[in-house]
Write a protein that binds this ligand. Structure first.
Ligand SMILES: Cc1cc2nc3c(=O)[nH]c(=O)nc-3n(C[C@H](O)[C@H](O)[C@H](O)COP(=O)(O)O)c2cc1C
Length: 176
């Protein structure tokens, strides 16, 4: 994989996240890691830096993780998380990683992905795109915040509201 500047990223985040899905991964070789499939998230910009490097706002990724996910323990514990996007040939693997918990076994080995341990975090060698993110903000989605109440009925019958995590995109890697 090679690193590119975030400004050179040519993607449609809406279709990429919703239709191709991504793996949200946190942890490392020393402390262990876990990953899960996600199809909800956002890419964009928010907040600034005193050095003025990002005058329009830092490049950021937002992910949403329900409380019962094992991956959440890793995202909460670690400073970094990664987003790995894989091509269509990995669809079945993504389905597996999105329907089995790392609590119950080594699901990465089960689907044949290769973890890359890099800079204190983990992503996958087979990914076509990787975003390495540094956590900036975490907040629970609150039931009281939903203006469209149908979302609560439809998406949260168990009231297991996601935590949202905003991460600064530190590194963008693309397949060679
Ligand atoms: C297509 C797809 C998209 C998903 N998107 C999310 C998501 O955005 N947030 C979330 O918390 N869970 C999402 N899930 C569910 C988790 O991936 C799933 O519960 C997974 O087994 C959790 O694994 P873990 O317990 O090892 O963390 C999604 C599952 C699939 C199949």
């Amino acid at each position: 994989m090679r690193e590119i500047p975030v400004q050179e990223l040519q993607i449609n985040p809406m279709t990429m996240i919703a239709r191709e899905w991504m793996l949200v991964t946190a942890g490392n070789q020393e402390r262990g890691y876990n990953t899960m499939t996600a199809s909800w998230g956002h890419l964009g910009s928010i907040w600034g830096r005193p050095d003025g490097k990002w005058p329009g706002g830092l490049p950021t990724a937002v992910v949403y993780v329900r409380p019962q996910r094992y991956t959440k323990e890793f995202v909460d514990r670690e400073e970094l998380f990664t987003l790995s996007v894989l091509d269509e040939s990995w669809r079945k693997a993504l389905g597996y990683l999105g329907s089995h918990s790392g609590r119950d076994g080594d699901k990465v080995a089960a689907v044949g992905l290769t973890p890359v341990f890099d800079g204190g975090t983990t992503y996958f060698a087979e990914a076509r795109l990787v975003l390495v993110c540094r956590k900036l903000y975490r907040a629970p989605l609150l039931e009281s915040g939903f203006i469209d109440r149908d979302i609560v009925t439809y998406d949260y019958p168990e009231k297991d509201f996601h935590d949202m995590y905003v991460g600064e995109i530190l590194k963008v890697l693309v397949a060679d």
